[in-house]
Design a protein. Structure first.
Length: 132
């Protein structure tokens, strides 16, 4: 098993004992991202739309650092403190993903770190590179 730790300054730094992502062979396990602005490590200003957008931006930065992009995500988990915001997730997600969309779960939770309204994590499968 080949295991690589993924790290980028373009996404929030870990605020605990975890890595932004771990790559094992062609599979990347993306840690949960909340709407922290990487440069300041503070919550994004704005409403739930801004929070969801920031989370997708953070996930995109980690996916890119791992050698892929959001369209390589095969499983996305969405954690919301208010499930009424799920239609907003769908709307904004359409700006970041192409069809076919990943498998997904939406989970209502009582609270998230730093009082975030949303957190997402995922599993990404990188395409196998063919070399001539």
């Amino acid at each position: 098993m080949t295991k690589h730790i993924i790290h980028t300054h373009l996404a929030p730094q870990a605020i605990g004992t975890y890595s932004q992502a771990v790559k094992v062979n062609h599979t990347v396990y993306l840690s949960g991202q909340i709407p922290l602005v990487p440069a300041t490590m503070t919550m994004v200003d704005g409403d739930i739309n801004a929070q969801i957008t920031q989370v997708f931006e953070n996930l995109q930065a980690v996916a890119n650092a791992a050698g892929g992009d959001l369209n390589d995500i095969v499983k996305l988990n969405v954690f919301l403190t208010d499930l009424a915001h799920f239609p907003i997730v769908n709307e904004i997600m359409g700006n970041y993903f192409d069809e076919p969309y990943p498998a997904r779960a939406a989970i209502g939770v009582a609270a998230l770190p730093k009082d975030a309204g949303v957190e997402m994590d995922g599993i990404m499968e990188l395409p196998v590179q063919e070399y001539a």
